[in-house]
Each structure stands twice: as C-alpha cells, then as structure tokens.
Ligand binder design. Structure first.
Ligand SMILES: Nc1nc2c(ncn2[C@@H]2O[C@H](COP(=O)(O)OP(=O)(O)OP(=O)(O)O)[C@@H](O)[C@H]2O)c(=O)[nH]1
Ligand SMILES: [Mg+2]
Length: 288
C-alpha cells in the first residue's frame, strides 16, 4: 500500500482547482476565470486498493493586503508543512521568472514536480522553452505538461505521482473524498456563482455561509447568507427587483442538487458586515 499528501501550489488562476477536480474526477473545488477564487485548503482523497493520495488544492500565492489574505496564505503554509510531494503549477502564459521567484521563496523541503498547465493554449515551441527553463531549477524533480481543462496529460501525471508515493497505510476511510463538511461545499458553490455573475470587486467583498441544512422528507432545505461589506454592495447582489439574487439562487441550486444528488430548496439572504475581511471574529465565524 502507498499513501501520501500531494499538495498543489501556484499563482492565482494557474488552474490549481481545475487540476484537483481533474485528478479526483469530481468537482470538489470551485473554479472561475477570476484570480483568488480559492480561499481554503481543500483536500481531495483518492483511494484505491493500491494507494491513497490526499491531494490539497490551495489558494493562489499572493502578497497579503488584508486579514482574509493572511488567512489564505496560512492555508498555503499548512499545505507546505505536510506535503510528501509538491505540484508546482505554472500557467504557460505567466511570466516564468516571476513564477520561479515564488517557487523559490517557498523553500520546499520535499520533492516537487513543475507542471506546466494550459498546454492547449500554447504552441509546442513555447512549451519546450518553458520546460527547458524550469528543468534547470533546483526544486524541479520533473517537468510535466498538462491541460487540466481538457484532461490532457492527467493520466500520465497520476502515474508519475503514484510512482513517487511513499509506502504507507491510508490516513482516511476509503469512502471519504474530503475532510470538509457538506455545508462548506454548498457555500462554495454559491460563492462560485457570485464570481461568475459579478464583475470587478464584488466577489472579493463577499463570502457565503450556510446556516441551515435540514434533511426533509423529499428534499434538503438550505439557508445561506451572502455577506458583503457595504449597503451598496448588498443592492448590487440583490439586483433590480431581486433579479441578480434570483440568478445566483437558480444556478447555485442546480449545481448543489447535482453535488448532493437530491432535490434542494435554497434560500439566500444578504447581510452587511462592515469590514468583515479585516475582522478576526467574523473571519472565524465564516470559516477562515
Ligand atoms: N485553456 C485552459 N484554461 C484552463 C486550464 N486549467 C484551468 N483553466 C482556466 O483557468 C481559470 C482559473 O482556473 P482555476 O482552477 O480556478 O485556477 P486556480 O489556480 O485554482 O485559481 P485561484 O483559486 O484563484 O488561485 C479558469 O477559467 C479555468 O477554466 C487549462 O488547462 N486550459
Ligand atoms: Mg482555485
């Protein structure tokens, strides 16, 4: 039996969450075209008779600007501490020197694979140049190309990871796919819809908490709160005549139903909590 922790790191938007989902063959982590979508460390547990891999998706590495950012970087740090193998994800379109500086600053004590992502978006020559650039780096045990979006290269990556795993017993029960509660995933799905539907700053001013989750005879009743920092943001989330919040609710409900494989009744409310991103108590209450 082999088992181990395989943790994914990289700049915001590199495709870390898309990669976690591709490796798990299940959508666990939310994804958006915007940076700083992921705010937590999200474990995905892949178990077979031969191995158990505990993958961790992490927030994109940034310079913290407010307390929520600091919490996000603590999630990165925790994943740095228990990794058996680090997957260092590079968006082929990013500035390689800048990415290299970030990877070097992690001071990794474990082996790492540099994974060049979004290969579907770059010509072969550029991929070869990127590989040559990263192969020279001390931290790069292997350099691999993938497209997390199309699935290209994922099977080969998984085989390489398994080859690298230490011998060991499983850490989690075989039927567990994550260490996070269902409520967390539900809140994340609502948050993803906010990232998709709103431009600019709104997603960054917002968080979501599920404060009721009740199994009824024919459906699950869920009540969630969308937290914003200001009244003006509340008005934007609601939209004219409640048009926007209705849209969030409809698309979130459809996805939650798929995730839970059950009918769902979803109620959404908007609450103003001035400066919640800087407030230790609120951050704690909202799961950060
Ligand atoms: N073309 C292409 N797009 C990709 C690929 N992988 C991810 N993306 C897109 O890149 C964007 C960011 O993906 P995420 O998985 O949310 O990136 P992330 O690294 O988790 O981002 P943060 O959570 O903000 O740090 C999304 O629009 C994805 O669809 C890929 O292989 N090819
Ligand atoms: Mg992410």
């Amino acid at each position: 039996m082999k088992s181990g922790f395989v943790n994914i790191f990289g700049k915001p938007n590199a495709g870390k969450s898309t990669l976690l989902n591709a490796l798990m063959k299940e959508k666990l982590a939310i994804v958006s075209p915007k940076v700083q979508t992921t705010r937590h460390r999200i474990k995905g547990i892949l178990s077979t008779a031969a191995y158990q891999i505990i993958f961790s998706d992490t927030p994109g590495i940034i310079d913290p600007k407010y307390k929520l950012h600091e919490k996000m970087m603590q999630a990165v740090k925790s994943a740095l501490e228990d990794a058996d193998l680090a997957l260092l994800l590079v968006d082929i379109k990013d500035e390689w020197n800048e990415v290299d500086a970030i990877f070097s600053s992690l001071r990794l004590r474990v082996s790492s694979f540099v994974i060049i992502n979004k290969m579907d978006k770059a010509p072969k020559e550029k991929l070869a140049d990127a590989a040559a650039f990263f192969k020279e780096k001390k931290y790069a045990q292997e350099v691999i190309y993938i497209s997390a979006l199309t699935g290209n290269g994922i099977k080969e990556l998984l085989e390489k990871i398994i080859g690298f795993l230490p011998e060991g017993e499983p850490f989690y029960a075989e039927d567990e796919i994550s260490d996070l509660p269902t409520k967390f995933f539900v809140a994340e799905i609502v948050r993803e819809k906010i990232y998709t539907l709103f431009e600019d700053e709104i997603p960054y001013q917002t968080t979501v908490v599920v404060n009721e989750f009740k199994q009824k005879s024919t459906l699950i009743k869920i009540r969630a709160e969308i937290i914003v920092q200001r009244e003006s943001q509340k008005a934007i989330i609601l939209g004219e005549g409640g048009k926007m919040i209705k849209q969030i609710g409809t698309s979130a409900r459809q996805e939650i139903e798929k995730f839970l494989e059950q009918k769902v009744f979803l109620e959404l409310f908007v609450k103003v909590r001035p400066n919640w991103r800087e407030n230790e108590l609120y951050l704690k209450e909202y799961g950060y």
